[in-house]
Ligand binder design. Structure first.
Ligand SMILES: Cc1cc2nc3c(=O)[nH]c(=O)nc-3n(C[C@H](O)[C@H](O)[C@H](O)COP(=O)(O)OP(=O)(O)OC[C@H]3O[C@@H](n4cnc5c(N)ncnc54)[C@H](O)[C@@H]3O)c2cc1C
Length: 448
């Protein structure tokens, strides 16, 4: 049994504490913010999140998936809204497969309550980590009245993309680190509920307004509202910078997303009061210093949100790390093994998330892309052992992200050939097309 410090009681830190406590360790969590359960409004990013199989698997292993499922809304398909209001649809997976819209605050609350119920865990809010020593496992925290130093056997940094614990790693020889802001940022807007909490657009779907270089998406909330996120260039001709008055923003949004705009009651007020935030990609290695300190979640791999996998991959970190601890109780070995084996998967989902941005904002609006997905789904239903669509590998399975990325590249090569076939629009569901795909797969296997 070890004494452990966790910095950050966000989604990943609070879940990690449950896993460690279950193994008998004594866990002290320190969180910079005030207790979110005592705040009126959830502060910070994304009010709701898409939870998928990897996240569910991690919640299930610790025994809280049922509780979370009571307040999760399934989203079975993408609904694409074109500029003239025409809708098109793309199922996410096979019958019954869905990703789930969950409230960030609600999920964090459940995790924190479980943590506080556990006699092996203490949670101290309003304690900001101001420095950490990865070699010794010590950290210094400040609250309103004092500064305290905590020295435990090990320290975990789950303090998000701008991790203070990681900043101590950055001063160490041999630690590689990169931080990249993408050109797009985001702003959240709300479609309020209809009368008596009804949903103004299809409830069990993720809505997308793909517009080439930018897009709007919307996820449902339990009260009948939708949280919309506008992903938009930060600078340039058409950008958050250029929409520098509410009038310009209203004119633009009402023209480019007319159906969504018409459902937002108080656009002007929302535009003015909701923050515009940037999106950052963080990569680093190694994630551990011996068996004393380790980074998990966004602290070690912050990704863009376009695959809906940031939290899911952070939750998977906890499950995978726990599996490693099952085999070796020795922290030196376990930390080393986790950092080495998990890093390629974090890099893979980071790349996949950027790819999916292009798919969502641009390709989902194109008939040829939707046809490609139809061909893939049809072939996958005929030959489930030979073809699992990339989206399903990432979202509805627990296979390593790096394996999914590699398989997806091969599939894309094959589909490029298929989509070049003359008259593919009329031939797409003919046995001839299946035979060509089978042939490509055979050649690929032989080449390897
Ligand atoms: C717009 C947007 C949409 C997203 N949508 C999805 C989605 O649909 N699905 C999905 O899986 N992921 C999504 N994500 C990603 C997801 O939000 C993150 O991957 C996830 O929150 C990471 O959890 P974490 O616990 O590692 O970090 P965080 O959630 O950032 O939590 C870190 C915690 O550490 C605390 N902290 C920070 N510094 C200190 C300090 N010095 N001392 C003490 N405490 C500290 C913070 O207050 C916070 O509570 C989205 C992200 C964004 C920006």
């Amino acid at each position: 049994m070890k004494k452990i410090t966790i910095v950050g009681a966000g989604l990943v830190g609070s879940l990690l504490s449950l896993y460690l406590a279950k193994r008998g360790h004594k866990v002290q969590i320190f969180e910079r913010r005030k207790d979110p359960r005592k705040l009126k409004k959830s502060e910070g990013r994304s009010i709701n999140l898409a939870l998928s199989d990897r996240g569910w698997a991690a919640l299930k292993k610790i025994g809280i998936s049922d509780e979370v499922s009571h307040s999760a809304i399934p989203m079975f398909r993408r609904v694409m809204h074109s500029i003239d209001g025409t809708l098109s649809f793309q199922d996410y997976g096979k019958d019954g497969q869905a990703i789930y819209s969950v409230s960030r605050g609600g999920l964090n609350r459940i995790l924190l309550e479980k943590a506080e119920d556990d006699p092996n865990i203490t949670v101290d809010f309003n304690h900001r980590c101001v420095s950490a020593n990865p070699e010794t496992g010590s950290a210094v925290f400040q609250n309103d009245s004092e500064t305290i130093e905590i020295l435990n056997d090990a320290i975990f940094g789950t303090d998000g993309a701008f991790s203070k614990v990681r900043s101590a790693f950055q001063r160490r020889d041999g630690f590689s680190y990169s931080q990249e802001y993408i050109d797009h940022g985001y702003k959240e807007l709300t479609i309020p509920p209809g009368p008596s909490g009804t949903f103004k657009i299809e409830k069990e779907a993720l809505h997308i307004w793909p517009r080439g270089k930018h897009m709007l998406i919307a996820l449902p909330n339990l009260d009948g509202s939708f949280t919309c996120t506008l992903f938009f260039p930060m600078k340039g001709e058409v950008s958050f910078d250029s929409l520098n008055t509410t009038l310009k923003a209203r004119e633009f949004i009402s023209k480019v997303f007319p159906d969504a705009y018409s459902l937002m009651n108080d656009f002007d007020n929302q535009w003015e009061s909701n923050p515009t935030s940037s999106l950052v990609i963080i990569k680093c290695k190694p994630w551990n210093v011996g068996g004393r300190s380790m980074l998990l979640g966004d602290a070690s791999h912050a990704i863009v949100p376009f695959y809906g996998q940031g939290m899911n991959s952070g939750f998977e970190d906890c499950r995978v790390f726990d599996e490693i601890l099952e085999n070796s109780n020795d922290f030196n070995t376990a930390f080393e093994s986790f950092s080495n084996t998990r890093k390629p998967d974090a890099d893979a989902i980071s790349d996949l998330a950027m790819q999916n941005f292009i798919e969502m904002r641009d390709l989902t609006g194109q008939p040829k892309f939707l046809l490609q997905k139809k061909i893939e789904n049809r072939f996958s239903e005929l030959h489930p052992d030979k073809w699992v669509p990339l989206y399903s590998q990432v979202t509805f399975s627990n296979i390593p992200y790096s394996t999914a990325l590699a398989a997806g590249k091969k599939q894309e090569e094959i589909m490029k050939k298929i989509m070049k076939i003359t008259d593919i629009e009329s031939l797409w569901d003919k046995p001839k097309i299946d035979a060509i795909i089978l042939d490509c797969l055979k050649n690929d296997t032989q080449a390897n």
